[in-house]
Structures are given as structure tokens and as C-alpha cells.
Design a protein around this ligand. Structure first.
Ligand SMILES: [Zn+2]
Length: 238
């Protein structure tokens, strides 16, 4: 992968920090970076408590996403090279407005990168899909603005103009491409709901069911993993 700011120091591998929510975009980013190259990979999960989209109560998405990350970690351990994992918690449910999640992710990422001895030759990756709209497209003014804001956050935390490279896949993958790049069990374990409904299993275990109506749930409804398409269509061949 090409880097804008020169060659990495020769005495160690480039470090990549993936901010990993347990959702489709960031799980795709993590798997891709584990599959390709020889970067030293760090995944960091922020267990984020926010209010439901209607603002009326704290959402269960923090626990839901944390469980997704836990099961996906077990699935990845068997298939890909090892990576460092860490997590932190942020409870923003007291805020009367939706949290600025990308900004929050950049803020935590900057702290984590500092803590792990990252340099400006290393990179911070945030997952993003082409289906998230113009504001995430590399050639859009909205993205140029967003990128500037995120870099300001990194620079503020680092107290320096020189910060790790803020990396996004280019071109951005569609959600369908993200799903198809993941093994089916990993895809199925990703968490894509902002406001999941808790329920108890027969054994008294707490589980979550996607709400089916939030933006993430409707986006998820458009995707069918390739393994399920070939299972349904007898003419399809690998
Ligand atoms: Zn939902």
C-alpha cells in the first residue's frame, strides 16, 4: 500500500490501528488488513453507550457490539494471523444529542495510537462503505471536510502536526462487497443495529435481536452474503 508521507523506519513493521465496532465496515477493514501485507495490526473496540435514535433511553448497542466483537475475535483467531486487541468504554448516554461517533472514534484512536508508540509512518483505519453516501466518497467536498475535522482531532491529541496516516480503502467497498469478503460465520456475527432488543433465551441467557427499523438494519437488509445466494440458486457455481 502506498503511503503519502514517505518510507516507514526500517527497524520495525508498520503499525495499523483498526477502530473496530463489531459492525460490517470495521470488521471488513480488520479482515482485509489481516489478509494483506505484514503490518503489525492493533484492533481497538470502544464499548459505546449512546441513546436510542428517538433519544428516549440508553440503547443496548454497546453490549450488543461488545458481544459481536468477542465472538468474531474467536472466529478470526483460527483463520488469520494474530493481532493485538484492546478495548475501552465510553458512556455518552447522558448527552441530549446523538454522539458524534466518528469524531469520538478518532479521539480514542489518537490516544490508543500514542499509547502503542505509533509514529506518523503508521496508520489509523476507520471502516467506511460506499453505501454510506457522498460524505464518505474520496472525491467529495463533504469527505474532504470530514477528513480535515478528523485530522484536527488527531493533531489535537498528539499535540503535533505530524500524526499517523488516516487510512480509508479507496475505492470504498459497497456493503455487499464487504459481506462477500468475509467468511459467512464472521459476517453473520457482525453487529449492525443501533438499538437492538434484548431478550432472554430459554436458558435465561441475555441475547439481542436487531430492531429491524434503524438505518443500519435497513442497510443490512439490502445485503445477501454470497454463500447464501449460491445455496439458494442451484445453477450458481463457485
Ligand atoms: Zn436496528
Amino acid at each position: 500500500m502506498k503511503r503519502a508521507n514517505g518510507q516507514a523506519p526500517k527497524w520495525r513493521r508498520t503499525r495499523s490501528l483498526v477502530m473496530w465496532s463489531g459492525g460490517l465496515d470495521s470488521t471488513y477493514a480488520l479482515v482485509r488488513v489481516l489478509e494483506s501485507g505484514d503490518d503489525e495490526v492493533f484492533a481497538h473496540h470502544v464499548r459505546l453507550t449512546t441513546r436510542s435514535d428517538d433519544g428516549r433511553r440508553p440503547s443496548a448497542r454497546g453490549d450488543y457490539e461488545a458481544r459481536a466483537v468477542e465472538s468474531i475475535r474467536a472466529l478470526l483467531a483460527d483463520r488469520y494471523r494474530p493481532f493485538e486487541y484492546g478495548e475501552s468504554r465510553l458512556d455518552l448516554a447522558a448527552l441530549p444529542m446523538p454522539a458524534l461517533e466518528t469524531t469520538v472514534a478518532a479521539f480514542v484512536a489518537a490516544q490508543v495510537a500514542l499509547g502503542h508508540g505509533f509514529t506518523p509512518f503508521d496508520r489509523i483505519m476507520l471502516g467506511a462503505s460506499r453505501d454510506d453516501g457522498r460524505a464518505w466518497q474520496p472525491d467529495s467536498v463533504a469527505f474532504a471536510f470530514r477528513r480535515t475535522v478528523l485530522l484536527r482531532v488527531l493533531r489535537a491529541v498528539w499535540e503535533s502536526e505530524e500524526v499517523p496516516f488516516l487510512y480509508f480503502f479507496n475505492p470504498r467497498p459497497t456493503r455487499q462487497e464487504e459481506a462477500d469478503a468475509l467468511p459467512l460465520d464472521v459476517y453473520a456475527a457482525t453487529a449492525s443495529c443501533r438499538d437492538p432488543d434484548p431478550f432472554e433465551t430459554g436458558l435465561g441467557e441475555l441475547r439481542y435481536r436487531p430492531c429491524g427499523v434503524c438505518r443500519q438494519c435497513s442497510a443490512r437488509g439490502q445485503v445477501v452474503h454470497r454463500a447464501l445466494v449460491s445455496a439458494e440458486s442451484p445453477t450458481a457455481s463457485e
